[in-house]
Design a protein around this ligand. Sequence first.
Ligand code: NAD
Length: 484
Amino acid sequence: ENEKRVLMVIFGGSGDLAHRKLYPALFELYLKGQLDQHFAVIGTARRPWTHDYFRQTVAENLQAGTAAQQQAFVGHFYYQSHDVQDADHYIILKKLIDTLDEQYQLHGNRIFYMAMRPALFGTIAAHLKSEHLLSASGFNRLIIEKPFGHDYQSALALNDAVISTFARDQVYRIDHYLGKEMVQNIPYLRFDNPLMAAVWNHDYIDNIQITLAEKLGVEERGGYYETAGALRDMVQNHIMQIIAMLAMPRPADNTDQAITAARREVFTHLHQYDATEIPRKFIRGQYGPSEDGQALGYRQEDKIDPKSNVETFVAGEIQLDLPQWQGVPFYVRTGKRLPLKKTRIDVVFKSAAQNLFGSETLAAPVLTIEVEPEMGLTWHLNAKEVGQSTSAIQRPLHFALSQTEAGQVPDAYERLILEAINGRRSNFVSWQDMSGAWQFIDGIRQVWEECQCPHFPNYPAGTMGPAASDQLLQASGRHWIFTN
Ligand code: NAD
């Protein structure tokens, strides 16, 4: 049987993340029978809610299932008003945990989920230990959300606080990009096709491009975004994790250990630039009002300093000091208020060294992986133009997930929560990867802070970013494959 036994304790159980992502994800697992009789959820937060009121707020955010299924599901939910600073509250929480463990026969399996400000993680972890909330039987796991620190030092402090209570292999750091269908598809594509495995290196690949475009601006998150910026918010985590999927050597096998070791190869071989190279290798932008005046500029948004120099766009070139990737740039870009929401990867293969048929229209073959919102893969190959012409044209070999398949794709949170319940760690971020990524990002940040900021705003809302983003690739005779 599939059914799992687990108690989830959610710190920040009244919050946005919990209601919008976590509870619907748990409900999907419930509808699919992964969770059935033997699970319970405790939501904790400061507000004095009743169990019933809490269940009502959970149910309001469920879209799937029947009303009866929703009611049965929320019957497993319990609320505990809790101030994370107050040791006595942990004693009360422990009583509820023990009662529910008994009532639902959970065998001491516990997942603690930190869905609140990271500043509070250390306090919570310390109290979980001092007040003995970890079970002696079963498993104890901790799931933590981004932002995991705002630089290497703060991430290290956060990590030290957490690992004083939880063993390293009990900590599950979520990066929801690792839960996306087409990101998880990358190793299948690379390692289960000998053809791909054979060409996945600097002999055949010219460069790899990763685009994480957001259509939205900062919305209500202005306060947070002012302390973060695109480099921390998107590059340090999501983009670096995608690079790891694209560039890691073949793992020895399908164990967490082997996959973690393979990914670590990438994070320990990020090429460190000289300070003088960084302004050429990493450029930044900030959106101004849209050309039609409909959308505000970043500096006009709510909770944003009108003189803010925080970047809402980054484009950069990442290199890996690994033999397989010598001379292959990984171009990355991400930004807010771009024309559309899209995550895609373009693997640009080398052009034919000799052009046998004298065609002037040969192009570099490109393999495009659409991560979202479309999910699919297209390989653009040179082919003969129909008829008497000697020209080449580019033909696409293409698959896209059908609507039915797309409908079966689990949400990233659903997938990752199940993996955490199963104790499968390979799609979570290890501390080594996290620290390697932070150190790399800090190097860029430092130089950016010392050198003069480009004149912001430097791209209008609704465009693909500043001109410097195109120039980054033009400097080596390349261009972005994806242009809107
Ligand atoms: P939120 O403000 O909606 O929720 C915060 C929760 O923490 C609330 O339940 C609040 O009551 C509780 N809380 C705050 N201080 C407390 C205290 N002293 N004692 C007890 N409870 C306290 O925030 P959110 O959007 O749910 O985000 C939570 C965390 O997850 C943040 O670190 C955020 O950056 C991260 N995150 C959120 C999302 C998202 O989609 N919302 C996505 C990724 C990461």
